[in-house]
Write a protein that binds this ligand. Structure first.
Ligand code: UD1
Ligand code: CA
Length: 455
């Protein structure tokens, strides 16, 4: 029977090695903050309470926690006195809680819920403490997990405090701990800070818990899963691992990635079956790609651009690219064809419409079966405001036309190539809005003759 769960996420570090004005845990992996990733994993465990420990002046981190889980209780650790002190910053939540406590760091974005479930299972089997461990390729800097012959964890020794023999141990502390003890705050308050760094180490809780008669056990996961991000090279490494995992999942779910390592997905990307994605495609946050879509090479699509957030849809059977760009609010309808160098923003393109070459469509509706000729521009902005363009079903727009919004083209209307449309066009009408052509017979021959005489 699972006990009630309190999770404590530690994020009081600014992360100086990031060389950034942004706190470390707000840096993003696949379009979502590291803290957001950690919270997503934590929320999968359905904790009764969720505590977040931040440093002073980290209101933006607290806000990100609340955005990820509205019930988050934020605590401020006034001074960085060590990981045990950080957990104690959330003492008010700890004392009011009867059940399991799971402590994790805000900068390990690749953890999985399955691993955390394994830790809780160890508590269910009778351990008082479960510690997540991994075999480090290079254990330098990590706390070493010291176990006895029976495989029980007896202590965690930090690098600076470890003997030469202890440093040989490659099984290391990942930083995630789960507790099922009577009085965790009491236990943590007994931690002394008598160590090389003079910090209050959470890891010292192991020996204290054992003294109180609890057993401690290790749950092992891959090193990859507990990659901690301290600088931007590690941020890129975490991104690469995240992308590799997600590509693998989408391929198993029926998506063809011709060159998987060149396709970039986001934390919230939704992709259907029998989707084909060619090389060099970037899918930012807020994109839904339905079944049977083909995305040709070198496309960029994102439903969030920093200012706007509005999902991009690419609906069933649409064929897009190469070199297409979809911005927030682009809704590419079923069987629509979008070709090269076409940009779509806040525009619904209805079934079967086509815009195959060099076009900008913004703040518009394009009706079913419409054909938007090469080089058509929807002039939606007058320098102050955005205006709408409405293109009816079956409309044909000749190449190199400009539609100056606000403007409406009725169903079945024709626009002659090269037109600048500033007035509404009724259904089934032809609009011709270009300078009439003048032809001067023989002019070119006479001109050349004149120039030749001058030489
Ligand atoms: C810690 C572990 C170590 C483990 C390693 C894994 C301890 C004593 N050591 O070492 O066994 O192998 O992580 O990466 O726990 N934090 C606070 N307030 C503090 C101190 C830390 O919030 O006062 C937060 C940091 O923001 C960070 C996390 O706790 O998210 C870990 O702290 P850090 O100082 O990086 O610990 P390590 O020395 O890496
Ligand atoms: Ca660390």
């Amino acid at each position: 029977m699972a006990a009630p769960l309190l999770t404590v996420v530690l994020a009081a570090g600014q992360g100086t090695r990031m060389q950034s004005d942004t706190p470390k845990v707000l840096h993003k992996i696949a379009g979502r903050s590291m803290l957001g990733h950690v919270f997503d994993v934590v929320r999968a465990l359905a904790p009764e309470r969720l505590a977040l420990v931040v440093g002073p002046d980290m209101e933006d981190v607290a806000a990100e926690g609340r955005a990820a889980a509205p019930t988050t209780e934020t605590f401020i650790q006034a001074e960085r006195r060590g990981t045990a002190d950080a957990v104690l910053a959330a003492a008010a939540a700890l004392t009011g809680h009867k059940g399991d406590v799971l402590v994790l760091y805000g900068d390990t974005p690749l953890l999985t819920a399955a691993t955390l479930e394994r830790m809780r299972a160890v508590l269910d089997e009778g351990a008082g403490v479960a510690v997540l461990g991994f075999e480090a390729a290079d254990p330098t800097g990590y706390g070493r997990l010291l176990t006895n012959a029976g495989g029980e964890l007896i202590a965690i020794r930090e690098q600076a405090d470890a003997s030469e023999a202890e440093r040989q141990q490659r099984l290391c502390n990942a930083g995630v701990m789960a507790f099922r003890v009577q009085d965790l705050t009491g236990l943590l308050r007994r931690i002394s800070g008598d160590n090389a760094k003079g910090e209050l180490y959470l890891t010292d809780a192991i020996e204290l818990a054992r003294r109180d008669g609890y057993r401690a056990r290790v749950v092992v996961c891959s090193e990859e899963e507990v990659l901690g991000v301290n600088d931007r090279t590690q941020l890129a490494a975490a991104e690469a691992i995240w992308q590799r995992r997600r590509r693998h999942e989408v391929m198993l779910a029926g998506v063809t990635l011709v060159a998987p390592e060149t396709v970039w997905l986001s934390y919230d990307t939704v992709i259907g079956r029998d989707v084909l994605i060619e090389p060099n495609v970037v899918i930012g946050p807020g994109v839904v790609i339905e079944d049977g879509v083909t995305v040709h090479a070198n496309c960029y699509m994102a439903g969030h651009d920093g200012k706007r957030r509005d999902t991009v849809f690419v609906r069933k059977g649409a064929v897009v690219g190469p070199y297409a760009r979809f911005r927030p609010g682009a809704d590419i309808g079923p069987d629509v064809h979008i070709g090269n160098f076409v940009e779509v923003k806040n525009t619904t393109i209805e079934a079967g419409a086509k815009a195959n070459h060099f076009t900008y469509m913004g703040d518009a509706r394009v009706g079913a079966g419409a054909n938007i000729g090469a080089g058509t521009i929807f002039c939606n902005y007058d320098g102050f405001e955005k205006h709408r363009t409405d293109v009816g079903a079956g409309v044909f727009i000749g190449s190199n036309s400009a539609l100056v919004a606000p403007v409406k083209l009725g169903d079945g209307a024709y626009v002659a190539a090269g037109s600048i449309i500033t007035k509404d066009v009724p259904a089934d009408a032809l609009a011709l809005a270009r300078a009439p052509q003048e032809v001067r017979e023989g002019w070119a021959a006479k001109y050349r003759a004149r120039r030749a005489r001058r030489k």
